[in-house]
Design a protein around this ligand. Structure first.
Ligand code: API
Length: 277
């Protein structure tokens, strides 16, 4: 079965995007992992599927699958690529779109300068809702990881994040420690592990070991979670410039109960067609 797709990226976090607005696409975890494989498939961090909305007043639904095949709740860089995709493919004439995801409705807006701003919704801080197993709701909590104790902030942007502050992201143990945090028993749905270096109150550097994908060049929800954690810890002031290995995002947050606004690029690389076994 032939399947048309578009390869896109948001600051090097790359996606295979599939238009399923006219006909459903049957994707199993095995099929997703095969498409995401960088040697035997197309290669991507996540696969995005665009579907018709099932809620009145909403324009589309978009589903997110990690490279390991698992379906997840939210993807920030993916949301920006999604809105560029539906606009460039003329699936809509709107520049501001309401789209439903597994974790609720988000509102990406394609700006005249080509950047995309997304209202990523209100961050969730209650441990049980992240989910994070803890008998405390303190902003910073100790986590035993491979013989070390790290100070993390657990935040959900619809998807779970564990953010820690490090002196230098270039020397932080992202691969080794990130893999341990991702599967830590206190995160029953696993977790995206963020490593944030505070340059100043309006500027951080960030690396993220993503759940189901490993370290990516950028993580949009990870950038949102890191800024929320930094503001709650009194280290940052909104808006914050977030430098990732793939480039820069701007994140704004007015405090608890407010939505997080993320602004950054979305790039189409090529259209293709693959054989689906
Ligand atoms: N790995 C994430 C999903 C993709 C998030 C990331 N690519 C972004 O831009 O937010 C998770 O399992 O929650």
């Amino acid at each position: 079965m032939k399947l048309r797709f578009t390869k896109m990226h948001g600051l090097g976090n790359d996606f295979v995007v599939i238009d399923a607005t006219r006909a459903p696409v049957e994707l199993t975890p095995e099929r997703v992992a095969a498409i995401a494989d960088r040697h035997f498939g197309v290669g991507c961090d996540q696969l995005l599927v665009v579907e018709p909305a099932s809620t009145p007043g909403v324009d589309f639904r978009y589903r997110i699958f990690n490279a390991d095949g698992g379906e997840v709740e939210q993807c920030g860089n993916g949301a920006r690529c999604f809105v560029r995709f539906v606009h460039d493919k003329q699936l809509t004439g709107k520049r501001e779109i309401r789209v439903e995801t597994r974790s609720g409705i988000i509102e990406p807006r394609l700006r005249d300068d080509g950047l995309v701003t997304v209202d990523m919704g209100v961050p969730v801080l209650k441990p049980a809702d992240v989910p994070f197993v803890s008998d405390s709701d303190a902003v910073v909590q100790p986590l035993e990881v491979g013989g070390d104790t790290v100070a993390i902030t657990a935040v959900s942007m619809g998807n779970p994040h564990a953010v820690q502050v490090v002196a230098d992201v270039d020397t932080a143990p992202v691969a080794a420690q990130g893999a341990l945090i991702e599967r830590h028993a206190r995160f029953p749905a696993r977790v995206n592990a963020g490593f944030m270096q505070v340059v100043d109150a309006r500027h951080i550097r960030l690396r993220v070991f993503e759940r189901g994908a490993g370290e990516t060049l950028a993580c949009g929800t990870g950038a949102c979670a890191a800024v929320v954690a930094g503001i709650l810890r009194g280290l940052l002031e909104s808006p914050v410039r977030v430098d990732t290995r793939g480039g820069t995002l701007e994140i704004a947050w007015a405090g608890e109960g407010s939505p997080v606004l993320m602004t950054g690029p979305a790039v189409t690389v090529f259209d293709g067609e693959l054989e689906l076994a």
